[in-house]
Design a binder for this molecule. Structure first.
Ligand SMILES: [Fe+2]
Length: 408
């Protein structure tokens, strides 16, 4: 069966890779980025300068309890700018979260969104903005591709993204993940128009993150930069971002892990996460993410923790098809010497990922995986991976083999 499908899949993936190359020059994929410790306090003035009357801040209750939004709120008050707050975002925002945020946006007469938090808050803000642009489409009908853009592009309310972790890169992507609790599924909303218009990278907001969370979120960023780098849609521009992200992550993770108050290193990780998000948006992902989405969703495990366990196995499966590109990243990390072959360099990079896992407490296996679930997991991976320009296509047997290794 797979022998018949594989050539078609390959042709489709090549077309996808080419399309993503074109997307690189798509004008709406650029944002204004404000960077630096304390920069979130300048956001209200920036919002006002856009002619916005009243933004809706979309966040979660934990960040509200931690008082992380104090600086932002005080800065709104200092310039007498009204704002409203929706703080009900749950991890992987539900359809209800988005509908509630959108209802509040309308009730309060708002005209822009500020997604403040992890990927969930930013995703919630993006999809609520899509709802505002296309009020006739409820959240459950926005899943898939280009529902806002087609047939006629609609103008979205301005979206301001303020990440408070350094990992998801959601501030730099045109996609959002939504949970449908009734059907017990997650789906994505993909549209060029969802790309945040303004991004604030304020490392002070990440100061309270514990070492383990910092390490697993940075592992997620690492995977975005590497999966795009070795896939068929990479370009010179995305390569530049991938290489910088990989270097920044490996150069700074140890400093932040041992001293969470190192603002300079926190800032570098935040920049790395943004760069990696840029790569994810332009060059897409490979098999690591479909594995992680299904395994993480099914067994309720943190995304970055699953990514850390899955990534070395998937890259080893790619083998010779990816060693040359992985080897270039090993060069970036300065862990090679000129006598080494491409495959030796590629393996050295995979070993560096394993070293990261071991050093920062990310388990290298996932014993929670059940063999009885293999068919369901494999099916999900096949479907999710259809558009991704992966170096090598897996069949079901390959996926089972990898699942056994990942299970440990
Ligand atoms: Fe990810």
């Amino acid at each position: 069966m797979m022998t018949v499908i594989k050539p078609f899949l390959k042709a489709f993936k090549t077309t996808m890779a080419y399309s993503m190359y074109i997307v690189e020059h798509f004008p709406s994929q650029t944002s204004v980025v404000m960077q630096g410790a304390g920069s979130v306090k300048k956001l209200p003035a920036l919002i006002k300068a856009q002619g916005i009357r009243k933004p809706l801040v979309v966040t979660d209750s934990v960040l509200m309890q931690l008082n992380l939004l104090k600086g932002l709120f005080e800065s709104f008050d200092a310039i007498n700018m009204p704002y409203a707050v929706y703080d009900g975002v749950q991890p992987n925002p539900s359809i209800d979260n988005i509908e509630d945020a959108y209802a509040l946006y309308r009730k309060e007469g708002c005209d822009a969104f500020v997604g403040f938090g992890g990927g969930s808050s930013m995703d919630c803000a993006k999809v609520a903005a899509a709802r505002a642009a296309k009020p006739e489409l409820t959240t459950d009908r926005l899943g898939g591709y280009f529902k806002v853009m087609l047939p006629i592009p609609k103008k979205l309310p301005r979206i301001f993204a303020v990440p408070t972790t350094a990992g998801t890169g959601a501030e730099a992507t045109s996609a959002a993940v939504v949970t449908d609790p009734k059907k017990n599924i997650k789906y994505t909303v993909n549209d060029f128009l969802l790309h945040p218009h303004f991004i604030v990278l304020d490392a002070e907001l990440t100061l309270g993150l514990p070492p383990s969370i910092t390490a697993i979120t940075a592992m997620d960023a690492l995977s975005h930069s590497v999966e795009g780098y070795i896939g068929g849609a990479h370009s010179r521009l995305s390569d530049m971002y991938s290489e910088s992200a990989v270097r920044f992550i490996f150069e700074n993770i140890d400093k932040v892990y041992h001293d969470g108050s190192d603002l300079q290193a926190r800032g570098n990780l935040m920049l790395a996460s943004y760069y990696a998000g840029f790569v994810l948006n332009r060059a897409l992902t490979g098999y690591v993410h479909p594995f992680a989405h299904k395994i993480g969703g099914k067994y309720h495990l943190p995304h970055g923790r699953v990514i850390g366990a899955v990534m070395p196995h998937v890259f080893e499966y790619y083998g010779e098809t990816a060693y040359k590109r992985l080897g270039k990243l090993a060069d970036v990390l300065n862990i090679t010497d000129p006598s080494m072959s491409d495959s030796e360099k590629g393996k050295a990079f995979i070993e560096a990922i394993r070293g990261y896992n071991r050093t920062y407490g990310i388990a290298e296996t996932i014993p929670e995986i059940k063999e009885a679930d293999f068919p369901e997991i494999a099916k999900s991976i096949h479907w999710e991976c259809v558009p991704y320009p992966v170096p090598k296509i897996m069949d079901t047997k390959d996926i089972y083999t990898l699942l056994k290794r990942i299970k440990g």
